[in-house]
Design a protein around this ligand. Structure first.
Ligand SMILES: *Cc1c(COP(=O)(O)O)cnc(C)c1O
Length: 376
């Protein structure tokens, strides 16, 4: 059986997990958490990063930081994971969905302007499959209109746009280290990336249950107390220890994924040339991280047949997302701005193929040969 996903595991996580377990400090902000955050701050060239228990909570922190109030409007694509929307809905925001581009499945930057009203507070971009949104025009528009840009870069670690790492372009960014992503901190994990320095101090407070405990630990004050709203957004140091093993191998993991991605691309190019499927599009200004390999088929019916055929041959392929604006909660908490030209039709054509760190090139060739024979 070729599974759809296996969590990335390099072997070097073991010794760090043991080291963390045997240390006398495994709560949040321990030695491995600090090491991981420093690694990100150096490699991303940003002032402050904070590990979180998952990306969902990093997005929730972003919503608190930009002070979302009931009735505020937040613009985002409908083709995304629920957490992109929930984080803002939890604070009372109304979600305004904008259509996606057919080529990258990312928010259509040319349709954002028409969705902006006097109540709009932020644009949340989602870099689908680790391929960047058109950030130059989105940042220009946001600056013109005085809006915040939050990057849901859950899938975007190691990807860049015009040389800038995803998650570091807007005011705030978020990564996920869930087991389905390129790097994991033991199954669940996330990172808040703070690009606008004015959010740093408050982010530390919100993450520490609304207290100024981080300042206290740095010796800047002699006691800590409750100063703001907050929650507990710290992962345990065991999670950070696992992640540290992956960060040490970040380039190796990325290289291996890119090779598998390219192999898929090559093996499927002849049926793409015949117009039977479409392959992913990577715009020139984007360097991607091979987060996923998807193909697009003619329609929902062909997709259902293809997934069934692959499953009969022990290959697990999957689809996602059901557009949020068509879901029960999406109708309650959001509206679609403009016309749904691509969100629904394109989402119904998309199939994700197995792609994970320990997948073998021979397995990619096998998956492709079944796809080729399906279309033959
Ligand atoms: C995975 C994912 C999330 C959620 O990440 P968690 O770490 O599981 O909370 C949010 N947004 C997108 C686009 C994702 O792919």
């Amino acid at each position: 059986m070729i599974p759809f996903n296996k969590p990335p595991y390099t072997g070097s996580e073991d010794k760090y997990l043991l080291e963390a377990a045997r240390s006398s400090a495994i709560a949040g902000d321990g030695a491995f958490s600090k090491k991981c955050e420093q690694w990100f701050e150096l490699s991303l060239n940003v002032k402050k990063t904070l590990l979180t228990p998952n990306c969902t909570q990093a997005l929730e922190m972003a919503a608190i930081l930009i002070d979302i109030q009931p009735g505020d409007e937040v613009i985002m694509p409908s083709y995304t994971f629920v957490s992109t929307a929930n984080a803002f809905v939890l604070r009372g925001a109304k979600v305004v969905f904008v259509d996606i581009r057919r080529d990258t499945m990312n928010i259509d930057e040319t349709k954002i302007d028409a969705a902006i009203t006097g109540k709009t507070k932020a644009i949340v971009v989602v870099h689908y499959a680790g391929v960047a949104c058109e950030m130059d025009s989105i940042m220009r528009l946001a600056n013109d209109k005085g809006l915040f840009v939050i990057e849901d870069a859950a899938q975007g670690m190691m990807s860049s746009y015009n040389g800038k790492a995803l998650g570091t372009i807007g005011h705030i960014g978020a990564y996920s280290f869930h087991e389905t992503k390129n790097y994991t901190s033991g199954g669940e994990g996330g990172l808040l990336i703070i690009n606008d320095p004015k959010f740093v101090e408050r982010a530390e407070i919100i993450r520490e249950k609304g207290t100024n405990r981080s300042k206290f630990f740095r010796g800047m004050i002699d006691k800590y107390s409750w100063v703001d709203v907050g929650s507990s957004y710290l992962p345990s140091d065991i999670q950070a220890a696992y992640l540290w093993g992956q960060l040490e191998n970040a380039d190796y993991i990325n290289g291996k994924r890119l090779e598998l991605w390219s192999l898929y691309y090559e093996e499927l190019s002849s049926i793409a040339e015949k117009g039977l499927i479409e392959l992913p599009c990577i715009p020139n200004d984007c360097t991607h991280n091979a987060h996923m390999f998807y193909i697009k088929v003619a329609n929902l019916e062909v997709r259902t047949d293809l997934i069934r055929y692959l499953k009969e041959n022990n290959i697990m392929a999957v689809f996602h997302y059901i557009p949020l604006h068509s879901a029960e909660a999406g109708k309650k908490f959001g509206t679609f701005s403009g016309e749904d030209l691509y969100t629904t039709v394109e989402s119904e054509r998309l199939v994700r193929l197995p792609l994970f760190f320990s997948l073998e090139p021979q397995q990619v060739i096998k998956v492709c040969s079944y796809i080729n024979s399906f279309f033959a």
